[in-house]
Structures are given as C-alpha cells and as structure tokens.
Write a protein that binds this ligand. Structure first.
Ligand SMILES: Cc1ncc(COP(=O)(O)O)c(C=O)c1O
Length: 405
C-alpha cells in the first residue's frame, strides 16, 4: 500500500476501539458494564441548550473568525480570571474543536522534525501519537517508584538540546492524581530556566475532590504573558459534560496564538458556530452543574475505592480528581491487554489496558457511570480473577462459567 508511512505508524485509539466493541456487544443485547468511559453522562447545562437552540433557530449558521467568536473569547477570558487568577486579552485566546484539536494545533505550531516532547507516565493515550504525527519524538518519563507522581529530577535527566516542550496533565488521565503544588512550581521554574514550552492540559481542573487543590500554573510563572512559554489548554468537554460539542481552547502568548490561528485556518477554518454558542451559554450560565458533577464523581470515587480495597492483590492510589483510577492488577496479570480482553470477553466489563497509558500491569477504570455499575463491574472482575470464586454466576439470566485459569 502506498499510504503515508507516518499515518500507518499511528496507533489506533484504544478507548475508541473499546467503546465500539462495547457498543456492538450492547446492541447484541449483551449485559456489558462500561468501566472504560471517558465522558460523564450528566446532562449538558440548560444555558448551553438555550444558547445553541437560539443560534440554530436563526437559520444563520456560518463560518466564524478562525480563533472563535468574540463572545466566547470574552467568556474564556472571564473563566481564566476566575479559575486561574490571570488576566488575559482576546489576542491570547484561540478557540478550537475540543481540547484535542487545541493540543494538535499547539504541537503543529511548536514542533520541528525530531524535536522532543517530554510526556509523564502514566499519560493520556493520545499524547505520544499526537507528537509523532508532527514528526516529533515523545520522551517518556516514568516515576521510578512505580507510583504516579512525577519527580523533577527524572524530568531534568531527560532534557536534551532537542527538548522543545513538556506536557503536564493534572488532574491526570488515567491516574486521577493531582500533582502537588511544589512540583508545579518546580517544573515551571525548570522549563522557564531552560527555555522549554510548558503545555498545561487542564481539561479536568474543575473536577478535583475535597482535600485536593488545583494549582494555577500562572502562580509560579516569572515570565510576562507576551514572552511566556506557558500554554494552557482547556475546554468544556469534561466539566460541563459537553463532549459532543467539540469546543476547547488555548491561552498563550500572542506571538504563539497568531501562528496557531494560521495553522487552524488552513485545517478546519474555525470551530463550529452552534457549538461555540453553546460554550458561551455554559461558561456564562449557572455553574451549579459543574459542582453537582464534581460531588457525584467524588461519591462514585469513594464507592470505587471501597470496592477495590476489598480486592486482595490490587494496589490502588486514591485519585484526587477526574473520573478515573488506575489500579495495579499485576498480581493477576502482567499483560494488561490480555487482562482487559479477558474481562470483556468473560465478564462483560470494559476496562482500558494500562499499557496504553505507558504503565503495564494496570487497568484504567472509570467511575463516571452509576454506583450500581461500579459495584457490579468490580464484583464481576473479582469473580473473573479470584481463583476461589464460584465456578459459575448469572449475569441477568445469562449463565457465565469460569472456563479459564
Ligand atoms: C487528558 C485529556 N486531554 C484532552 C482530552 C480531549 O478533550 P476534548 O474532548 O475537549 O477534545 C481528553 C479526553 O479524554 C483528555 O483525557
């Protein structure tokens, strides 16, 4: 085949593949429990519905400025003031088609061939592939102690003359870990000293549980915004449960945003107008839905921790945010892909293998579904893995038999 070598080298998205598999099984009437989901199921804010409907009913839905409609940029500026304690100007903001596209535009804008981007394991599955798509080289930093919090000396050791950027994602997908303030301060100091771009993927920053705090990166930046190498990526997908609208954004120095506008103009022209209107509604409207989601997830996390703590052999670090946790199942299997396949096939539970996030032996489990699905899902996993389990169980009226070791 004469397709691009680069494109053929890009790995399939495991979460999208698993979602599809689960959807097909469900369609087939199978009692699948989805602990692999990457989106909350709560309703989108009513203000988003009203704003999007109002735009639609004008029947006047057009291209917008490449960097977003002024009212959305204004709402993002207010959001940045309120959540980051940072004043920014419209020239510092680019609206994009989800945080994912925002990251893609950032990487296109920053990377030359062979430039290195430091990525902290466990990492969101897409980072290494996105870097590779720009002919860059992902440099993975894995904590030596087998835990999830990165150490500044491990990062420093991986910096070379090719290091262009680092991606920081806290609260973290998949571990749910909120990096501590000292680390954020250190990493910003280090990168500003070395002239490295810092890409903060803050998509989960409002979904932080009691006892944990999100640190605004601007608090520790010594650079003026105009010369700063800090690039903040955020969006409405997670906190407002608006994954389907595909609206994210970047806040950065004007000189970076100016180039990103050219990149985005030549790829998608602009984000979809109705979606932008919905995002304005969400950001300017009543915020109680975000808090309700946060509390819901906090409660679900508690249930997930309770269920997992009663699971002998599974090691778990408590998440401080997001809707994921990343337990270590290596006592049962060192091959997370095989384990995930087994759990789907034999127990009808969707999990995401840790190898996809750069840490073998783990599984990513989501708790953004119902309490019932968490309890039943973990119960089924236990049944499948514990050799002392009964030989057969009923799931609904389906008889499941343990015919494996
Ligand atoms: C860490 C992280 N960044 C970015 C995204 C993408 O967000 P969006 O749906 O806004 O593109 C996700 C989605 O799962 C994510 O987990």
């Amino acid at each position: 085949m004469s397709l691009s070598q680069l494109a053929r080298a890009i790995a399939e998205s495991p979460t999208i593949r698993l979602n599809e598999k689960a959807r097909l099984l469900k369609e087939d009437g199978q009692p699948v429990i989805h602990l692999g989901a990457g989106e909350p199921k709560s309703k989108i804010p009513i203000d988003a519905v009203i704003a999007a409907s109002a735009k639609l009913t004008t029947a006047d839905v057009r291209y917008t400025p490449t960097d977003g409609i002024p009212s959305l940029k204004k709402a993002i500026i207010k959001y940045t003031e309120e959540n980051y304690d940072k004043g920014v100007a419209p020239e510092n903001v680019l609206v994009s088609g989800g945080a994912k596209q925002a990251l893609d535009v950032v990487l296109t804008t920053l990377l030359n061939q062979q430039d290195e981007v430091i990525i902290l394991a466990p990492y969101w599955v897409s980072y290494p592939e996105m870097v590779k798509m720009k002919y860059g080289i992902p440099i993975i930093v894995t904590p030596e102690d087998g835990r999830f919090h990165p150490r500044i000396q491990d990062i420093e050791a991986k910096i070379s003359s090719y290091t262009k950027a680092i991606i920081i994602n806290s609260p973290n997908n998949p571990s749910g870990l909120v990096y501590n303030e000292k680390f954020i301060a250190e990493v910003i100091e280090l990168c500003e000293r070395k002239g490295i771009y810092i890409i903060m993927d803050d998509i989960y920053h409002r979904l932080v549980f009691d006892g944990y705090t999100f640190t605004s990166c601007y608090k520790y930046s010594k650079a003026e915004l105009d010369t700063s190498k800090l690039i903040v990526v955020n969006g409405v997908s997670k906190a407002y449960a608006m994954t389907g609208f595909r609206i994210g954004w970047v806040v950065a120095a004007k000189s970076i945003v100016d180039v990103m506008i050219n990149v985005q103009a030549q790829t998608t022209s602009c984000p979809a107008m109705v979606s932008q209107a919905a995002a304005v509604g969400a950001l300017n409207g009543i915020q109680s839905g975000v808090e309700a989601l946060r509390v819901f997830l906090q409660n679900n996390k508690k249930v997930m921790m309770q269920e997992l703590s009663a699971f002998e052999g599974v090691r778990i670090e408590e998440p401080g945010g997001t809707f994921y946790c990343f337990p270590d199942f290596s006592a049962y299997s060192k091959n997370s892909n095989a384990l995930s396949e087994l759990l789907l096939e034999k127990a009808m539970v969707v999990t995401v293998p840790g190898s996809e996030f750069g840490m073998e032996g783990h599984l990513r489990l989501s708790y953004c579904g119902t309490v019932k699905s968490i309890k039943q899902g973990i119960e089924r996993i236990k049944w499948a893995l514990d050799p002392n389990s009964p030989n057969e169980i009923y799931i609904g009226d389906r008889r499941m038999v343990r015919d494996w070791k």
